[in-house]
Design a protein. Sequence first.
Length: 261
Amino acid sequence: MELIDTHCHLTFKPLDSDIAAVLERSRAAGVTSWITVGTSLHDSQRTIEFAGRFDNMYATVGVHPHDAKDVTADMLAQLNQLAQNLNVVAIGETGLDFHYNFSKQPDQLRVFAAQLNLAQELNLPVVVHSRNAFDETMDILDRHGSAQKRVVFHCFSGSPEQAKQVLERGYYISFTGVVTFKNAEQTRRAAKLVPLDRLMIETDCPYMSPEPMRKQKVNEPALMVHTAKFLAELKGMDLIDFAAAVTATSTAFFALPSPRN
Ligand SMILES: [Zn+2]
C-alpha cells in the first residue's frame, strides 16, 4: 500500500522537530508520500524547505484565510516567486473561514481571489479551506475558477447536497478523520456520493486524529490509515483497492512524479 497524505502540516509543532520519526512511522503504516501545506508566507518558505529535504514530499504555498488581513501586494508577489519552486504542487490552503472570522470578510475574499488568479496563471491546482462559507466559496470559484477544474475542498464536512454541487463543477473532495467521528453522519452520507476519481484523503495533522485514535492529541500521517480503512468499508471495498484508487486520483490531481523508493 502506498497512500499519499494529501494535506498535512509537517512544519507545525510538534511534528517539525520530530520529522524523521514521524515519516518513519508513516512509511511503516503505508503512507509513503506527503503534501505539506503552507498557511502563510513564512510557513510556505518552510514547506518548500521541507519538501527539498525528503523524498516523496511536496509543498503547497498559500495564505490561510485566518491570515488574510495582513496580506499586502508585495507579499502576493513573494508568494508568486515561491510558487515557482519545483517542489510546489498546488496553491493553498486558501479560501474563506466565516466561522472564526479572524480576518475581515473583504480581506478574505480579496486574498482568496488573488490566490485563485495565481493558480490559474501558473496552472497549479488549488487547495480550498471553506468553513461556514460554502455559498460564498462556490460563488468566488465560479467567478475566478471557471477554467480551473483542479480544485479540492479539503477537510470536507458538508452535506450530501453540498458535495453534489462541488462534484457538478468538476471539483474534488478530500476527507480527514472527521468522517470517522461519531457525530459526522452527514459527512459519511456525502462520502458515499463521491466517486473514487474525485476523492482524496488527508490527515490535516497535527489536528483531527481519526477514530479510534482520537484520544491521540497530535495527529500524524501514519494515522491516516484509519481514515482509509473507514472509507474503504463505507464504500464496501478492499483497503488495497481503495488505497490504489485514491492514490491514483491524488497523483493525477497534483501531477506528482512516480514515488522514489
Ligand atoms: Zn490544513
